[in-house]
Design a protein around this ligand. Structure first.
Ligand SMILES: Nc1ncnc2c1ncn2[C@@H]1O[C@H](COP(=O)(O)OP(=O)(O)OP(=O)(O)O)[C@@H](O)[C@H]1O
Ligand SMILES: [Mg+2]
Length: 468
């Protein structure tokens, strides 16, 4: 498990600080929620089950980092994470849509996560075994082209039981000589023949059925069909370079060393204990006034659908039943029109932690442009570096960009940090187009250049509306 589990709230906040500027209150709330999970694991079992997660609602205007926070959190926590838009469940014909699919997606994520971790654990062993197999393949004289070799019957146990082709005796000294040369990288270009798995044909079944409650059935159908003979993947012999074969063999060895049943068991456990569901756009399913007809009815319906999984229920998945009692839910919404108090009371009660995110100002934009590890200026620098161009921004330029962003947000709609994307695109449009044919290798963006490019756009109301 990740060491983040053991991070103190302060440490979690400082990790989040590396990607998200400001929003201290939200970071704090998230850090506490995460730490509480860690604490809960250490509580005596009788009480442990009683401690439910303190779900969070993040309230704040668009583009201020709500989704970004949740995404970073999940990465840090090494926890299975899914993000769903609550509005997805209100589409016509989708009322009452299988909200349990959220949990199924979550386990799916967990399986992926746990499998990766386990693969990582066996990697050294897999590398070693792959090397041994490569050496034997190299020692074996290239197989004479077998004329009309009968198709090997596929045996249900795969590679493990398949009989190895009769191998000529190879002396130990020959093997160690090969090992030495292989390790020295002298044999990378040699060709070897190995068995690879070919995936079965894609199933054209997805979304054959529509409407409520059909997902579970679709899933079962594809499972059944996927097990029919002919639909399963097959193994084929393929010739490839040693360098490529090493990768394939390592993967094969690693998957063989990982016990999938164990992975599934751990994945279910991980989902139950540390899964995080991010419910975006929750404000869009809150209805004002309540008890009206029309769209409000379906909105409330969505909330009622969500309630059981938020409250804790058991969902059946293909990896077994999953209890959602301790899954952490983080909801987010702008709540411009509706208020948190417009949600149905049962749901409100399930989200005891409320945090507000502040709207971003010029000084925040300056930091967002430069500080995060994935800051926009860095992204453009990296992109242009691939063309051999050294791009830099002066402090003055960043200040100017930030104030244009703030101004555009004031004049048009406030779209928060997303404004920086449009501003940067507008600024670097010309350079991005000409980069590959440019003779100068060093480009310095200073305040004067920023103003020269952006001022005319800002001056014209029409232009700024469309471009920025
Ligand atoms: N405080 C911040 N620090 C760094 N980057 C930010 C911050 N706020 C927003 N961003 C950047 O702006 C973009 C949009 O942010 P995000 O997706 O989190 O918005 P949001 O708050 O979820 O908005 P919405 O309500 O529209 O979903 C992202 O690319 C994100 O990296
Ligand atoms: Mg969002």
């Amino acid at each position: 498990m990740s060491n983040l589990q053991a991070f103190t709230p302060r440490e979690i906040v400082s990790e989040l600080d590396r990607y998200i500027v400001g929003q201290h209150k939200a970071k704090r709330a998230i850090a506490i929620a995460l730490r509480n999970r860690f604490r809960r694991q250490r509580v005596a079992p009788e009480l442990r089950d009683e401690i439910v997660p303190k779900n969070i609602i993040m309230i704040g205007p668009t583009g201020v980092g709500k989704t970004e926070l949740a995404r970073r959190l999940a990465k840090l926590a090494q926890a299975p994470f899914v993000k769903v838009e609550a509005t997805k469940f209100t589409e016509v014909g989708y009322v009452g849509r299988d909200v349990e699919s959220i949990v199924r997606d979550l386990v799916e994520q967990a399986v992926e996560l746990v499998r990766k971790e386990q693969l990582e654990q066996v990697r050294t062993r897999a590398q070693h075994q792959a090397e041994e197999r490569l050496i034997r393949l190299l020692a074996r004289p290239p197989a004479p082209a077998e004329p009309a070799a009968p198709q090997q019957p596929i045996n249900p146990f795969g590679f493990v039981l398949s009989k190895p082709p009769a191998e000529p005796q190879i002396s130990d000294s020959e093997l160690s000589e090969l090992r030495k040369r292989l390790r020295a990288g002298e044999l990378e270009e040699r060709q070897v023949e190995i068995e690879v798995d070919e995936p079965g044909p894609a199933l054209p079944l997805v979304s054959m059925f529509g409407g409520a409650g059909m997902e579970e059935m679709e899933r079962k159908m594809s499972e059944v069909l996927g097990n029919l003979p002919g639909m399963k993947g097959q193994t084929r012999r393929r010739t490839m370079r040693v360098a490529e074969a090493r990768r394939v063999l390592e993967d094969q060895e690693a998957s063989r060393l990982v016990d999938m049943d164990n992975v599934k068991r751990l994945a279910v456990e991980r989902t139950e204990q540390s899964g995080i569901v991010f419910l975006d756009e929750i404000d869009k399913v809150a209805s004002r006034g309540g008890g009206q007809h029309g769209p409000d009815v379906s909105r409330e319906g969505v909330q009622r659908d969500l309630l059981p999984i938020v409250e804790g229920s058991t969902v059946s998945t293909k990896y077994g039943p999953v209890r959602t009692d301790h899954v952490l839910f983080i909801a987010a919404g702008a709540f411009h029109v509706s208020k948190v108090s417009d949600l149905i009371p049962e749901l409100q009660g399930r989200f005891p932690v409320r945090v507000e995110l502040e709207s971003l100002r010029k000084q925040d934009f300056v930091r967002i442009l430069t500080e995060p590890k994935n800051a926009l200026t860095r992204q453009y620098q990296a992109l242009l570096q691939t063309e051999g161009i050294e791009l830099s921004f002066t402090e003055d330029a960043v200040e100017a960009l930030a104030s244009y962003a703030a101004e555009a947000n004031e004049r048009a709609e406030n779209i928060g940090a997303r404004r920086l994307h449009t501003i940067m695109e507008a600024l670097l449009d010309d350079l991005s187009f000409r980069a590959s044919e440019l003779s100068e290798r060093v480009v310095v963006m200073d305040g004067a250049k920023v103003r020269a490019t952006l001022e005319p756009i800002m001056q014209s109301d029409d232009l700024s509306k469309y471009i920025l």
